[in-house]
Ligand binder design. Sequence first.
Ligand SMILES: Nc1nc2c(ncn2[C@@H]2O[C@H](COP(=O)(O)OP(=O)(O)OP(=O)(O)O)[C@@H](O)[C@H]2O)c(=O)[nH]1
Ligand SMILES: [Mg+2]
Length: 275
Amino acid sequence: MRNSTLRRRLPPSEKEPDTSLDLSIIVPTYREAENLRVLLPRIAATLKPTGLAYEVLIIDDGSDDNPQAAVREAADCPAELVVRTGLRDLSLAVLEGLRRARGRTFLVMDADLSHPPERIPDLLAALETGPGDFVIGSRFAAGGGTKDWGGHRRLNSYVATLLCRPLIGGVRDPMAGFFALRRETFERAEGLDPIGYKIGLELICRCRCRHVVEVPITFANRRAGRSKLSLEQQRRYLLHLARLYRDCRPGWGLLMRPMLAFMRAILTVLAVIAR
Ligand SMILES: Nc1nc2c(ncn2[C@@H]2O[C@H](COP(=O)(O)OP(=O)(O)OP(=O)(O)O)[C@@H](O)[C@H]2O)c(=O)[nH]1
Ligand SMILES: [Mg+2]
């Protein structure tokens, strides 16, 4: 049986909710031990005054930089390390975290300090008080921003957002990895089948989110370590989009899927040349 077929049949949540737990924070990591040493105390310091009961699930893909020690050192933060085996993939790691989460609300963020943990309460407040069923910490909403992005990264992000426009309408930052949603919204998911980096986009589409709210944030450059974004990740994004068009917007899929296949072929050739 194909992996994706297997995933389709799994119920979205593996864990029973713990009614005493307000929040589950899911942090995918690959070689981020140094950043975790800063992130976990900052999460703890941010959430302590709120009185929220929370857990942090670090979903790691077998990093060789000893994330175990980094999590152990953060004694103030209720963090648990989950080490995955199998295909190393950011979206699949986040999905595993969401399935294991026990809280009433889920929040996903990167480990590299690009997403300011001090803004977690603002995302939660927007989810609690507003009409939204999906809240994004948004770089491109009015008041948000990015620090020191070069032209190449801007262009990349612009094209990626343009390609998914028919799937998500007017959402300005559908590529964001900093977002929050309620457990019930996640449990609405049908046929989750992500690959690559854009798990937020997958959830907006497959959980049939109607109101996406964007909270402006300033996205910092990664604090330490190396980016895992590569040509291969861009190729996976195109494959992911093709699946979303097929399942969620078949009409648009007639136009978009051949175009995405063509772009994938170009990236494959570029990857061969770059080797
Ligand atoms: N578990 C897991 N986490 C990953 C994987 N790839 C990236 N991550 C984590 O996902 C988050 C986002 O990855 P980044 O490499 O920062 O990607 P980016 O933010 O697009 O790029 P930069 O910030 O420029 O490095 C980070 O916390 C990474 O450690 C993966 O294959 N598996
Ligand atoms: Mg990053």
